[in-house]
Design a protein around this ligand. Structure first.
Ligand code: UT7
Length: 331
């Protein structure tokens, strides 16, 4: 039997740290409001010369190295992003692959917003179990700062840039395998999180640009309520489907959008504080990069051992959501 294993994890954090106090200087907000309502203290922004593929390349390079592989060993590259280098084409995955020295191998992007990494895991697991590929590089990468309206205090304080990458490899050892991945979507709520301009619905023109429609818009409060309910249901579903209890999990790693959402879901599901991984305070919401960056934070803190059971859970634009159970397969 072939299983899929998370062989490595890595991330890239851009250099420029932006504090809540920095944002106080450019938009009508306060450190107190941001901290109390979101738990965010800092976030990192890529510099003007960097695009999403550059962040993806740094994280991807480290993930390949940590898997003990060479670029030529990678059979497929998939990037999840809502902030691609270019609208439409070429894909960010093609550019990152080229940067990484991965030649003549398939590469493509997916757009499932903050649930991106869970969708990537489901694809990688399916390809590997079908016997099509042996080593797949999956990357969640975002330069969301390029999509933020710094006149809109309800969104611009929430997001940060970054990338997280992982090599998913074939294994025969069930003790280091991805156990289960559950993904879903409901387009009924597609207007909750949206970048309305510059796609085929509202092609780029002066009106679109003057109205700031090229930037992220969010119905925060409505999204918040649905996020708590959906995330909690989703965790419950995947645990029950695999006959597991919260105490079987080493780390619960939810999407990092808001500390209040993470705490509410953690409490509803009876996770202990030390099981719940929180990075939103440092990085803000990095969308598709949020979960791999959070896994990497426990990896780099040397808290993660081979075989540890991780529960991942995400929610984002689309709306999309998903969860994954996996035994870490890295060293
Ligand atoms: O990653 C994808 C999924 N995303 C999420 O899950 C995000 C979910 N939503 C949230 O995290 C929260 O809804 C927000 C953090 C976005 C907003 O928090 P909230 O507690 O839902 O606030 P609100 O939108 O209900 O706004 C409350 C007040 C409003 O003022 P009034 O109308 O009560 O006078 C806003 O204008 O807070 C005001 N406000 C701000 N004040 C200072 C909104 N943004 C800010 C701000 N600084 N940055």
């Amino acid at each position: 039997m072939i299983y899929a294993s998370m062989r490595s994890i890595a991330s890239y954090i851009p250099k420029q740290c932006i504090t809540n106090f920095d944002l106080e200087k450019i938009v009508d907000t306060s450190n107190e409001w941001i901290t109390k309502r979101t738990g965010i203290k800092t976030r990192y922004f890529a510099d003007k010369t960097q695009a999403t593929s550059d962040l993806a390349t740094y994280a991807g390079e480290l993930a390949i190295q940590r898997a003990g592989l060479r670029p030529s060993d990678i059979d497929l590259v998939i990037v999840a992003t809502l902030s691609p280098d270019f609208l439409g084409m070429p894909s960010t995955a093609c550019i990152a692959s080229h940067n990484l020295g991965i030649h003549n191998k398939p590469a493509f992007d997916i757009t499932t917003a903050c649930t991106g990494f869970i969708y990537l895991l489901s694809l990688a697991k399916a390809y590997i179990q079908a016997g099509m590929y042996e080593n797949i590089l999956i990357i969640g990468a975002e330069k969301i700062s390029s999509l933020l309206d710094f006149n809109d205090r309800s969104t611009c304080v929430l997001f940060g840039d970054g990338a997280g990458a992982s090599v998913i490899s074939a294994t025969s050892d069930q003790n280091e395998a991805i156990v289960d991945v559950h993904i879903s979507a409901n387009g009924q709520y597609s207007d909750f999180l949206v970048t309305p301009g510059c796609g085929s619905r509202n092609p780029a023109n002066q009106h679109v640009i003057d109205s700031n429609l090229q930037f992220i818009q969010m119905k925060g409060n409505e999204t918040f309520k649905l996020a708590v309910k959906t995330l909690a249901n989703d965790v419950d579903y995947i645990l029950k489907a695999n006959s597991m209890q919260p105490e079987d999990i080493k780390f619960f790693i939810p999407h990092q959008a808001n500390l209040r959402i993470i705490s509410a879901v953690g409490e509803m599901l009876d996770f202990h504080q030390d099981q719940i991984v929180v990075t939103v305070d440092q990085f803000g919401n990095t969308s598709a990069a949020s979960i791999p960056m959070a896994i990497n934070s426990v990896y780099e803190a040397q808290k993660l051992q081979k075989g540890d059971l991780l529960l991942l859970d995400a929610f984002g634009g689309g709306l999309t959501w998903g969860s994954a159970l996996l035994r870490f397969g890295g060293l």
